[in-house]
Design a protein around this ligand. Structure first.
Ligand SMILES: *[C@@H]1O[C@H](CO)[C@@H](O)[C@H](O)[C@H]1NC(C)=O
Ligand SMILES: *[C@@H]1O[C@H](CO)[C@@H](O)[C@H](O)[C@H]1NC(C)=O
Length: 427
């Protein structure tokens, strides 16, 4: 008798405690992740040049630059004020790792979000979202996920900053976004069958609700990330206007499909060194989870994401024009050199020389963040006996985004708590 009551009482208590805990967690999460109210401090515009700009650590002679950023006596100085618009599902984690290392090397000041790894996406960016922002303060690099908002971005970096971004083929991007974020958009829950993507694309207007929660993940996500209206149809003149606005703002638009060429163009535009471009592909999906779009589905995906497709084609044209201006042979040589250097680094740093499934990653510090409901993102094991000269670089190059952000001083408690809750309920 007593035992049975005891058990009931205990399980009731457990349920109560767990429920209370979860509820408080959620309330806390909500309070802290919603943009905070800021008192009306006197706002001073950011000065044209930052007072405490670190002195350039090296000045290299210009050899053959197509950009003609030649300063006095034929030298160029590396550009360190960078706005990187991190679009979704576009290899941008790999690029962020490059930026983090560059920032550390030159002791640059990052404008980071507070408590989580994005600037309250999908809310449009506001300068008050920057961690430790004070009026008049100047940063060097801003690179976390945001919904782009030009006037607000301009408030936290010097006026001569370089705007960089990266695009990916919209059909591939749509597939990836559907796979990765589909479950976060309730409108996909009612799609029947195994092949939800195919079913959706057969009648997108039936399934898509522009007012649905997280609907932006399922239509013109690039356009949305750039702060534009993602529900525009192709004939709308606002599509052209949007593309024009982006073209007028960004100095370099990289292409995922030509990532190495993009990096060489970046090096040229910002006067960086080849060493700054070394990278390992981070956040790669397991092959088995990468679906291959049939030509028919691809055509449907492009038609459905027509604004993104137009955007992509526009910047594809300007990209190849830049490649031509740089020199086709010259860029091919540089890409070959970069690949050689990356392969050397992989041999030095990576156990087995390649990425492995998440379950086979030994160090927690090297485990990448996983999409909801699966463990499809691969990662790396750092070799155990890396020589001293390379040890630190290897570790940095292999560190996943969230761990690197933590190393750089970003408190990610909201993101982490969310991860723990997911672990707990095994989602
Ligand atoms: C520019 O580079 C190309 C190939 O790398 C070389 O043939 C050419 O002489 C260089 N031009 C100048 C002005 O240095
Ligand atoms: C991108 O531009 C190149 C060079 O003009 C062209 O060959 C290629 O077909 C274009 N790709 C797309 C997707 O438009």
């Amino acid at each position: 008798m007593f035992g049975k009551h005891g058990r009931q009482w205990r399980s009731m208590c457990k349920g109560l405690v767990l429920g209370t805990l979860l509820t408080s967690c959620m309330i806390l999460l909500y309070c802290l992740s919603a943009p905070q109210v800021h008192f009306n401090l006197l706002e001073v515009p950011v000065p044209y040049s930052c007072a405490h700009r670190p002195a350039p650590t090296h000045v290299k002679p210009i050899i053959n630059s197509s950009q003609h950023t030649v300063g006095l006596a034929g030298v160029c100085t590396p550009k360190m004020d960078i706005m990187f618009m991190k679009t979704h599902k576009t290899a941008s984690s790999t690029f962020l790792n490059i930026l983090f290392r560059f920032g550390e090397k030159h002791r640059l000041k990052f404008a980071f979000p507070d408590g989580r790894n994005d600037f309250f996406y999908p809310s449009p960016f506001e300068h008050t979202m920057v961690k430790d922002y004070r009026p008049g303060m100047c940063f060097n690099i801003i690179c976390n996920h945001m919904r782009f908002n030009a006037p607000e971005v301009a408030k936290v970096l010097p006026t001569d900053m370089s705007y960089i971004t990266i695009l990916r083929d919209p059909a591939e991007l749509f597939e990836s976004s559907f796979h990765y974020f589909g479950r976060l958009a309730p409108m996909t829950w009612k799609i029947p069958g195994e092949d939800k993507l195919g079913e959706f694309l057969h009648d997108p207007h039936y399934y898509f609700d522009p007012d649905g929660f997280n609907s932006f993940y399922l239509k013109n996500l690039l356009f949305f990330d750039f702060g534009q209206d993602n529900t525009l149809e192709l004939g709308d003149p606002k599509v052209e206007e949007g593309i024009h606005a982006i073209a007028g703002r960004f100095h370099l638009v990289m292409m995922v499909e030509h990532f190495e060429e993009s990096l060489i163009l970046l090096k040229d535009a910002l006067c960086w060194e080849m060493d700054d471009l070394l990278f390992f592909k981070l956040n790669v999906r397991k092959d088995s989870t990468v679906s291959k779009l049939t030509p028919e589905l691809r055509a449907r995906a492009l038609e459905w994401n027509a604004a993104d497709w137009k955007l992509y084609q526009h910047f594809n044209t300007t990209f190849w024009r830049k490649v031509e201006a740089y020199g086709s042979q010259r860029i091919a040589d540089d890409v070959a050199q970069l690949r050689r250097r990356n392969a050397e680094m992989a041999a030095i740093c990576i156990e087995g020389g390649h990425a492995v499934d998440a379950v086979n990653i030994q160090e927690t510090a090297m485990k990448p963040w996983q999409p909801i409901g699966e463990k499809s993102i691969m990662g790396y094991n750092l070799k155990k006996n890396v020589d001293k000269a390379h040890r630190e670089l290897c570790r940095k190059m292999l560190t996943p985004e969230l761990q690197y952000l933590t190393d750089l001083g970003v408190n990610l408690w909201v993101t982490k708590l969310w991860g723990h809750v997911r672990d707990l309920i095994n989602w």
